[in-house]
Design a protein around this ligand. Structure first.
Ligand SMILES: *Cc1c(COP(=O)(O)O)cnc(C)c1O
Length: 371
């Protein structure tokens, strides 16, 4: 699905050098590389504050902790995504309210959010899924009207942007009150271990978050709030400092690969290629996800695996049906889209090292099976 080894070969000397310097410095915790990565990411995103942390799930948890919410406050998020969002809401004794997604973009569905907003709603967590921005203009308008916070889960879309109806553009993760991301190795900007970051343009929230990631300390050994220990490792920062300079190039490679997949699959009637909403350049293809519409998704996956082609089903089970998160208030008719697409989606290999032979082999194998 990814070729981290191939990618490493191109940057091996710089990365090794950066790691070695960090080891030689012995500044393993909060070394200078962490601060320079923070500064580099702030200017890349155009975000006033970046607070690095240990992983993307912590980033979401800390973002929620910073808002001063009470147990039982409701947080709206998508039914079709990775479990981190609903997990951290539940851990904090807040109430997750899962809603359906758009059948074309797989991103959180605006009318479903509107329906779910009630007196206890305090925040919306849109996930920019698979590399594409959620409908932020509509989400921000709903949030403003109802006095809600917006936390963007940008774990899959670092480097993507959103175009407003007036033509202005902003990087995903910088549009709401807080944005979060993950540097899990397979993400568009991947470390060689775990890592994450929180972004905000709000000075007060940034201050609260900086203390929260460090045991709730704003002054050394003075614990004002209950915090966590969540740091970006200096060695991971050493790697990310090199890789962030390449992120646009990496995302461009993904876009080129996606366009090649599109060109070769567009005439196949049994599948739907990924929908790009708005500006075609804005999607950074964390995943290249097809919908197989002839009911043969599972047998296609088996066939691809037999041919030595890796593929993935993201995500096979709607979150509202997961044992940990199910709730008798959820009705199947409120999740029509998610319930359908979990049986249709399949993600093809997508990374920065895909070549034409690989793309041709993968697409030929799919087409000859589906005819
Ligand atoms: C990867 C991911 C996360 C979690 O990131 P970790 O660094 O693995 O904790 C959260 N949300 C989404 C949408 C993700 O894809």
């Amino acid at each position: 699905m990814v070729d981290l080894k191939g990618q490493y070969e191109h940057i091996k000397e710089q990365v090794n050098q950066s790691i070695l310097e960090t080891i030689e410095s012995t500044m393993f915790i909060n070394g200078p590389g962490v601060k320079s990565f923070q500064n580099q990411l702030e200017s890349y995103l155009g975000s006033k504050h970046v607070i690095p942390c240990a992983n993307g799930t912590d980033a979401l948890q800390i973002a929620l902790m910073s808002l001063g919410l009470k147990p039982g406050d409701e947080i709206i998020t998508a039914d079709f995504t990775f479990a981190s969002t609903v997990e951290v809401i539940s851990l904090l004794k807040l109430t997750p309210v899962l809603v359906d997604v758009d059948p074309q973009t797989f991103n959180i569905d605006i009318p479903s959010i509107e329906k779910a907003i009630g007196p206890k709603t305090k925040a919306i967590i849109p996930v920019h899924l698979f590399g594409q921005a959620a409908d932020m203009e509509e989400i921000l308008a709903l949030a403003k009207k109802n006095n809600l916070y917006v936390i963007e889960d940008n774990a899959q879309s670092l480097g993507a942007y959103y175009t407003f109806s007036d033509g202005s553009k902003k990087k995903t993760g910088t549009l709401g009150h807080i944005g979060t991301t993950s540097f899990f190795p397979s993400k568009n900007l991947g470390a060689y271990g775990d890592g994450g970051a929180i972004f905000t343009n709000d000075d007060d929230l940034a201050h609260i978050i900086r203390g929260m990631v460090n045991h709730g300390m704003y002054t050394r050994y003075q614990h004002d709030v209950v915090g966590v220990n969540s740091r970006l490792d200096s060695l991971q920062a050493a790697i990310l400092n090199i890789k962030l300079k390449k992120l646009d190039f990496y995302n461009d490679s993904r876009k080129v690969a996606a366009q090649k997949y599109n060109n070769r699959l567009i005439d196949c009637q049994k599948l739907i290629t990924p929908h790009r909403k708005g500006d075609p350049d804005s999607h950074v293809y964390h995943q290249y996800t097809l919908k197989i519409i002839n009911g043969k998704r599972d047998s296609l996956v088996k066939h691809l695996n037999e041919k030595g082609i890796p593929c993935g089903i993201y995500y096979p089970i709607p979150l509202h049906l997961q044992k940990a998160y199910t709730n008798e208030l959820y009705k199947p008719e409120d999740f029509k889209v998610t319930l359908e697409i979990v049986n249709q989606v399949v993600s093809l290999p997508m990374h920065t090292e895909l070549d034409d032979d690989q793309i041709n082999f993968i697409t030929d194998t799919i087409k000859s099976y589906l005819v």
